[in-house]
Design a protein around this ligand. Sequence first.
Ligand code: EPU
Length: 421
Amino acid sequence: MDKFIINGRKVLKGELKVSGAKNASLALMPASILAAGKSILKNTPELNDVFTMIKLLKHMGAEIEFGDHIISINTGNIIDQTAPYEHVKKMRASVYVLGPLLGRFGKAKVSLPGGCAWGPRPINLHLDALKKMGVEINLVDGYIEANVNKLRGANIYFDISSVGATGNTLMASVLAKGTTIINNAAIEPEIANLAQYLQKMGAKIDGIGTKTLTIEGVDDLHPVEMDTIPDRIEAGTMLIAVALTNGLITLKDISPDLLSAVLVKLEAAGCKIQVTSNQIILDASNLEIIPTNVSTSIFPGFPTDMQAQWTAFMSLANGASYVKDTIYFDRFKHVPELVRLGANITINENVAIIKGSKELYGAKVMSTDLRASASLVLAGLAAKGTTEVLRVYHLDRGYQRIEQKLRLLGADIIREAGQEY
Ligand code: EPU
């Protein structure tokens, strides 16, 4: 298990192009099942969750080549419609194969994802929607066994806006007979990216980017090429890294609309921000961090996937603030580790109350999940002395070689490989 060794307080400066969005790729890749033949996905990030999805699709019989951020997925010869436990336990997004397998083959056997590092993450909404579309679902020996003769369109309403349930239902609906309406659909940009991909394949979808998606089922879809949108969470993480070190950065080839809530909050915290249609400049040269509360919500609100990083940021603010997570009530595993670095944070239910410290101090800390690890790296970059972040395999799931990108900006961070901690 690798670790990062960070010597903090180096000012980060420069230009960066963020990678493709993990959570878009994890939907686009399985969507390729729907069109027999060779699909091409560009700007695919090279990170471990993508490699896990590759293994899963290969297990089913897909032929895949991946290089230079372009992935080609030939789903012409899929013979196995199973997502085994060994893949799903590594990555919950494996459940995204359910909708497309049902769409194309009328059957799927997918391991139940189980819990996650920070608490329960049910998939009831995915299953209820599929049942409404005529799918018979049985839970057998830890697996979802799903079968349907022909999916039929249905009027679906989600009580909670869910990225995954919207994605899965959308992928199932494009080859269903008749019309499907998804009410209270997720409007996260990764879902729009998926819907546009399906549309390019020949799907008939109205309302992309809105809370009501209307899908007219078609008989078949054809493989196409598609661009993956940039990763708004990687972008936000990098902006906070720069803000925490009084740096200056230009993020290239990214629409500020992908992360407006984060940009507004960064401005409120005292950062100077300039944007054009495809770049973001953040200047934190003279920043004294102004305490700024955030409450996570669905897009275009402040993303839960930036909550841990914001908590690290506010640990050095000039006063007290709070961070409330309304999406995942228990997503606070980073807090005790940030406290080891000198942060003053208490948790009350789903709210972290942060009293800004004058300084953070290097220490050994442990990654527990992806975004928690990112927050520890950020704190380490700002801390005095040396921080060791252990178990960075969590980070490698969702960031493409983050240490190299940070080094390009001037950070003193190295990876020490292959030891047990
Ligand atoms: N929910 C249910 N039932 C369901 C599905 C969701 O109750 O059947 C609840 C969840 O417990 C949560 C809320 O609905 O409270 C929203 O969850 P959602 O389904 O939107 O999350 P997800 O699809 O499982 C994706 C991202 C997550 C991100 C969330 C929220 C992917 C692969 N994952 O998860 O990303 O936190 O949306 O934006 O797209 C990450 O990248 O670190 C990450 C965890």
